[in-house]
Write a protein that binds this ligand. Structure first.
Ligand code: MSP
Length: 664
């Protein structure tokens, strides 16, 4: 029986008939989040993924490429392995069904079932779908088409070996009824139950004559046949445990698996074929088989013929590993179908990663640097107001919610809970306005408390976010002074460990905003070659950031004529006074001199500059901008500054010039 401190998670093993796509990446990333989460919780995790190398699809793909199937598999396998590295997948093992050890386990099980009289030979005539590699009955087949893939079927008659699957119908039904978590989500559980309650479960043909298909594992009791690919593939989940886990005791301690993650299309093979096979082999059933939904692309089914297959490598090139991981698990509740679009991805990255997490970290660390010399200040608990108490309580509640969501595979909800913590912390900062407290020496103790609480809340984000975005969160932890060279090993569960006295190390922003200048003749998401690149990130941890190996051409900016440019009056201005706009962290109210006149300008530069530092400086303004009101205060012009949402620096003039001088 399985040790309760273990956690065994599997992905389907993928057919090597083509290169990996977003569907493969999706399941594998979800499995990785669970593996990393349970490792953090101290479980002994075994995370298995791999390749399904036998069967008709692979044989056909190899024939098309004009090479033998094994060479074909050997050529494609590294594409999966490389992609898993780029996506930072922490699988403990990688199984290939052509591994000799796996093949011998399959043969052993076949022999066992044959000896037990659970496999028999019979002749069979039916409608066969080559693509799905399965027979259909007369009533399944409408207009000569496969009910599943809608390709033409052909009538075939052959001798085959059958597994007595039908005799387990009632037992399986009972198992599903007694174990509400066995098939998830519930809608899928009901589908399988409905099928078992209304239709007779037949026996399963588990062989293919070699004359029709040679690429498979030979039946140990009849050399003229190979095993049906699903009988071979499903066994991987237990055969792997015999030879892949390192260490002692043996891998069998991991069985039964905690979770088999699968796509909804392969639920029946897992919930029915695999479960009955395990019953026949006298092995316990997995705890949970979770069927996730499918991605469409820009509203359409993803397919090679439509040319809209999303290549995960391109997504990593363009958006970085962690943003891609985050998007896939955040965008769609796990279990439901979802739509993938480039614009949807950019919107999420900008609002939740750049403006949300990234901005919170950067503004917080800036304040700790500026107001506390870069060291997390001491905490004087009695001085806490209700604001600190509420922040602490909400953070604690939301962290517990996030854990419960991950444990129930509600990844999107987990990220929502963490997002709420980020929002609360941002609101806390706006309410306490540490930059105002910093001006009043008598507020120093409370300012320290504020900075402490902000730092503590940031520290608390590390654990729940780490499984989703390991590179970024390791980087964030380093900036917070937590220094996890190996975050998984050094993070203690339940302890944010960001203590007073910790020296922070502010670095480049985690997620620069992606500019969304509309590309000329934008192409769909599957072809990113003509779309603009995000603002390149300053190097942090290299693999998280989009690579620059294949840069796309920059977007062509909208052009204006010299006459249009000359309409804009730029002038130098001297700052006479500056003050913060109440209740705004960003806005400063400046009084500037243009020589012959004085103007009031409201500028969004308050995160970068303390008002006092600007007095006496010569800056450049747009002098003929229509006046506008910002937070109710009139602004008669606009200052020029470098940077985007995050102002990097004000534009100024190299030489001393009089205020009001024209700039062109
Ligand atoms: N080899 C079998 C699995 C054997 S497991 C013992 C197989 N392989 S597959 O490569 O065709 O598919 C693997 C997974 O990709 C399935 O879980 C499938 O649901 C998933 N997806 C394929 N296209 C997908 C989308 N468009 N969206 C999400 N997942 C999709 O089946």
């Amino acid at each position: 029986m399985r040790d309760t401190n273990t956690f065994y998670i599997t992905t389907p093993i993928y057919y090597v008939n083509d290169v990996p796509h977003i569907g493969h990446a999706y399941t594998t990333i979800a499995a990785d989040v669970l593996a990393r989460y349970w490792r953090l919780r101290g479980r002994d995790v075994f995370f298995l993924t791999g390749l399904d190398e036998h069967g008709q699809k692979v044989q056909q793909a190899a024939a098309k490429a004009g090479i033998d199937p094994q060479t074909h598999c050997n050529k494609l396998a590294p594409q999966f392995q490389e992609l898993w590295k780029r996506l930072n997948i922490s699988n403990d093992a990688f199984i290939r069904t052509t591994d000799p050890q796996h093949q011998s386990v399959v043969q052993r099980y076949l022999q066992q079932l044959y000896d037990q009289g659970l496999i028999y030979q019979d002749s069979y005539t039916g409608w066969y779908c080559t693509f799905d590699e399965r027979f259909w009955t007369e009533k399944d087949v409408a207009d000569g088409l496969c009910p599943d893939c809608k390709r033409p079927v052909e009538q075939l008659s052959e001798h085959n070996y059958f597994f007595k699957m039908g005799q387990y119908q009632e037992r399986l039904q009972r198992h599903i009824l007694d174990n509400p978590d066995f098939i998830r989500p519930e809608s899928r559980r009901n589908e399988v139950l409905g099928f078992l309650q209304t239709q007779k479960l037949g026996d399963l043909s588990i062989s293919r004559p070699k004359s029709r298909l040679s690429w498979g594992i030979e039946l140990p009791f009849d050399k003229d046949y190979v095993t049906y690919v699903w009988f071979d593939a499903l066994v991987n989940y237990v055969s792997a445990l015999e030879y892949l886990p390192q260490g002692n005791p043996a891998g069998s301690r991991f069985w039964p698996a905690n979770v088999h993650l699968v796509g909804k299309d392969i639920l029946t093979t897992h919930a029915v074929y695999w479960s009955t096979m395990l019953m026949a082999l006298n092995l316990p059933l997995p705890n949970t088989i979770f069927a996730h939904g499918w991605w469409t692309v820009d509203g359409e089914k993803m397919s090679k013929s439509r040319g809209n297959v999303v290549d995960p490598n391109k997504m990593v090139d363009e958006f970085g590993t962690d943003a891609f991981r985050y998007f896939l698990l955040r965008e769609v509740p796990f279990g439901q179908d979802g739509d993938f679009s480039r614009s949807g991805m950019i919107a999420r990255i900008n609002s939740e990663l750049a403006d949300g997490l990234g901005n919170l970290l950067s503004r917080s660390l800036t304040m700790i640097e500026r107001f506390a010399g870069g060291v997390v200040p001491a905490h004087d608990a009695p001085a806490d107001t209700s604001l600190e108490k509420t922040l602490g309580q909400r953070t604690g509640d939301l962290l517990a919610e996030a854990d419960a969501h991950v444990e129930s595979l509600r990844f999107s909800r987990a990220l929502e809970s963490v997002g709420e913590i980020i929002q609360h912390c941002d609101q806390y900062i706006d309410k306490t306005a540490p930059w105002t407290l910093a001006k009043k020496p008598e507020q120093r103790p409370y300012l320290n408390n504020c900075l402490y609480h902000i730092a503590y809340t940031l520290g608390a984000l590390v654990q729940p976010l780490y499984p989703f975005m390991p590179y970024t969160i390791a980087n964030m932890a380093r900036q917070l002074g937590l220094e996890p060279a190996d975050a998984e090993k050094s993070l203690k569960w339940g302890d944010s460990s960001l203590l007073p006295g910790t020296r922070i190390q502010k670095a480049a922003s985690l997620f620069p905003r992606i500019e969304t200048a509309k590309p000329q003749g934008a192409k769909p998401v599957s072809d990113t070659s003509a779309t603009p690149q995000p603002v390149p990130a300053a190097a942090t941890t290299p693999p998280t950031q989009p690579t620059t190996s294949a840069p796309s051409p920059p977007p062509v900016p909208q052009q204006i004529t010299i006459d249009e440019f000359m309409k804009i009056q730029l002038k130098t201005a001297k700052v006479l006074s500056a003050e913060r706009v109440p209740k705004s962290e960003k806005l400063l109210k400046l009084q500037v001199s243009l020589g012959s006149e004085q103007r009031q300008i409201v500028a969004g530069i308050g995160k970068k500059y303390e008002p006092d530092t600007l007095v006496g400086k010569t800056i450049i303004i747009v002098a003929n901008l229509k006046p506008a009101k910002l937070m109710g205060i009139e602004s008669q012009g606009m200052v020029l500054a470098a940077g985007d949402a995050d102002v990097r620096g004000l534009a100024t003039i190299l030489e001393e010039v009089d205020p009001g001088t024209k700039v062109k």
